[in-house]
Design a protein around this ligand. Structure first.
Ligand code: IPD
Ligand code: CA
Ligand code: CA
Ligand code: CA
Length: 271
């Protein structure tokens, strides 16, 4: 299916930013790196990619607002459309020469997530979806895995690290999940985790304490691939959601049931 005008705009921005990231990926030792907090880095590569995406999308759709990881919120004249952008999801992998990183561009329209693009420049994988039009990996239609037996499933997650809250909560949840599934994986890019769940490479995914820019594109790709995504308690995702649970209908349900066995700590713990 030929890409729509909207998707062509998103593809153009992502490809240009991807070329910038791919150039910087080989030059990590020359990159300016700053520390946002313990274990939390941002590089000149993140900023350059974000600048490219901001300029390209602003030119093509003047007036749309933005929520971007590095710039934060940029209000637009058009209050009903917001781009939600993570210019480099998986900065820690990027800094270590690990090719599992992605660009994530989502579009929200009047409270709904309506388009998503996740691009992995080194792997040369582009995941795209628009509401009601299906999900694609490059030009191929993708579907979530059909597997319904939790015992056979491969589940992705994100592990809180130095300086991140929720470490005790995560260990308690992992303790329950790892005993029920055939494997747990941690890629280092939440957008990639959702894209790979949409493509059936993972059967499910859960992670707490994220931001909407990590997942906005993935929400659309996953849903258009036939998947389900809510917060871990089963509540609908909104711009304010921070924690997510995804999978095909059956795995999503089973993971939700398992996670219910783990009490949620009132205040996110730091250790
Ligand atoms: C990170 C990645 C990672 C997740 C972290 C995020 P960043 O995003 O999505 O998979 O576990 O919590 O912060 O900082 O590399 O854009
Ligand atoms: Ca970051
Ligand atoms: Ca991110
Ligand atoms: Ca990022």
């Amino acid at each position: 299916m030929p890409a729509s005008a909207l998707m062509n705009v998103m593809l153009g921005a992502a490809r240009k930013a991807g070329r910038s990231l791919a150039r910087d990926f080989g030059e990590v030792e020359h990159l300016q790196i700053s520390v946002k907090g313990p274990g939390n880095f941002v590089t000149a590569a993140d900023h350059k990619a974000e600048e490219i995406i901001f300029n390209e999308l602003s030119r093509a759709r003047p007036g749309y607002g933005f929520i971007m990881e590095e710039r934060g919120r940029v209000e637009g004249a058009d209050k009903s459309h917001t781009w939600i952008v993570d210019p480099l999801d998986g900065t820690t992998n990027f800094l270590h020469g690990n090719p599992l990183f992605s660009i994530s561009i989502g579009l929200e329209r009047e409270g709904e997530f309506v388009a998503g693009l996740i691009y992995m420049p080194v792997l040369n994988e582009t995941y795209t979806a628009e509401k009601g039009k299906g999900a694609f990996l490059n030009d191929r239609r993708i579907r979530v895995a059909a597997r319904s037996n939790l015992a056979d499933s491969l589940i992705a997650t994100g592990i809180p690290h130095l300086g991140r809250p929720g470490q005790k909560q995560f260990v308690a949840e992992l303790d329950v999940i790892m005993g029920a599934v055939s494997g747990v994986r941690r890629s280092g890019s939440a957008a990639l985790d959702l894209a790979w769940t949409a493509a059936g490479r993972f059967d499910g995914y859960w992670e707490r304490n994220l931001h909407i820019w990590d997942v906005a594109a993935g929400i659309v790709v996953l849903r258009e691939a036939g998947g389900f995504i809510t917060d871990p308690e089963g509540k609908p995702v909104t711009l304010e959601s921070r924690s997510f649970l995804a999978g095909n209908e059956s795995i999503h349900n089973d993971l939700k049931r398992l996670l219910k066995k783990v009490p949620v700590l009132a205040a996110p713990d730091a250790s």
